[in-house]
Design a protein around this ligand. Structure first.
Ligand code: DQA
Length: 144
């Protein structure tokens, strides 16, 4: 079992972003947490981060060898039909993740183009959102 974790724009800046929304860990530290959970579940995991919408679309198009995707598309969540369409073509389980609770924030963050094609959405648990997402994906892939 092999999954891809995608992080979108400005998530490479974690650690220097608003800690009350995003926590204090860097992306590298979060990836380490994810890797530890993946090891426990015996899941292979790859990471991809980009600030560019097209690069994220291309990465998703090339992800057919993965069993599932966990994606935090950052601000593109609220704007990108292209990322949504690429995930729909992927046609395997997708979990949408956010560090912050986007529904408790500004109205422009309440809409997600990704949610309608995702198996589920995990938002508001800071770095733990990713750990919860990998557990959820594990259960989906094992039909539990
Ligand atoms: C985010 C929420 C988005 O609204 C924001 O643009 C981000 C991060 C989150 O993880 O909480 O960059 O996706």
């Amino acid at each position: 079992m092999k999954i891809l974790v995608i992080n979108g724009p400005n998530l490479n800046m974690l650690g220097s972003r608003d800690k009350s929304q995003y926590g204090s860990l860097s992306l590298k530290e979060i990836e380490k947490m994810i890797l530890e959970e993946a090891k426990k579940l015996k899941i292979g995991v790859s990471f991809f981060q980009s600030n560019e919408e097209g690069k994220i679309v291309t990465k998703i198009q090339q992800a057919s060898n993965y069993d599932g995707i966990i994606i935090n598309a950052g601000a593109y969540t609220h704007t990108s039909i292209a990322i949504r369409d690429a995930l729909e073509i992927f046609n395997k389980p997708v979990i949408e993740v956010h560090l912050s609770n986007i529904f408790a924030r500004e109205p422009f963050r309440h809409n997600s183009y990704i949610s309608s094609i995702a198996k589920g959405v995990i938002a508001g648990f800071k770095e733990n959102s990713y750990v919860l997402a990998i557990r959820a994906l594990y259960q989906i892939l094992n039909n539990k």
